[in-house]
Design a protein around this ligand. Structure first.
Ligand code: MN
Length: 172
């Protein structure tokens, strides 16, 4: 396996304010995400594959790219979901109820779209399912801005979803 590299955010650190603060993005990208990349590379130097750190790096790259600066009426392209409000409720419930650290994920599977949760960064055993929209609900992703109010963080996330990126992932 090759070493990973820390990729830049596709926007400025403060671009997601007020939904996610510059301070959180700096810590999240430069410390947490970079930590997964660096720890994966350190393990590789020692002849080991660290699935935890590899998946942590990959999931964050998927996450950075499916966000953009907040927009009014930030809605998915017409026809992406049969019932967008139903999907929104389902995805939000998945995000709010992740126990401990993890992710809400919209998967593209051979059988269609599916909403689920990931505990920590556990991407093993997904049988080819592909994450098309992810939301990090580890405390490091929101605590500085929202304290223990994960529900408000999840509600505000809908303002900053980059639907063009999500649509592209669905097509590919
Ligand atoms: Mn994170």
């Amino acid at each position: 396996m090759n070493k990973l590299t820390v990729k830049d955010l596709p926007y400025a650190y403060d671009a997601l304010e007020p939904v996610i603060s510059k301070k959180i993005m700096e810590l999240h990208h430069d410390k947490h995400y970079a930590g997964y990349v660096n720890n994966f590379n350190l393990a590789l130097d020692a002849g080991k594959i660290s699935s935890f750190n590899y998946n942590g790096a990959v999931m964050h790259e998927v996450f950075w790219e499916n966000m953009r600066p907040a927009q009014e009426n930030n809605l998915p392209p017409e026809g992406m979901f049969e019932d967008f409000e139903k999907f929104k409720a389902e995805f939000s419930a998945a995000a709010v109820t992740v126990e401990g650290s993890g992710w809400a994920v919209l998967w593209k599977t051979e059988a269609g779209l599916a909403v689920g949760q990931l505990e920590k960064h556990n991407l093993l055993g997904l049988n080819g399912a592909k994450p098309v929209l992810v939301l990090d609900v580890w405390e490091h992703a929101y605590y500085l801005d929202y304290l223990n109010d994960r529900k408000s963080y999840v509600e505000n996330f809908w303002k900053i979803i980059n639907w063009e990126v999500v649509a592209g992932r669905l097509r590919s």
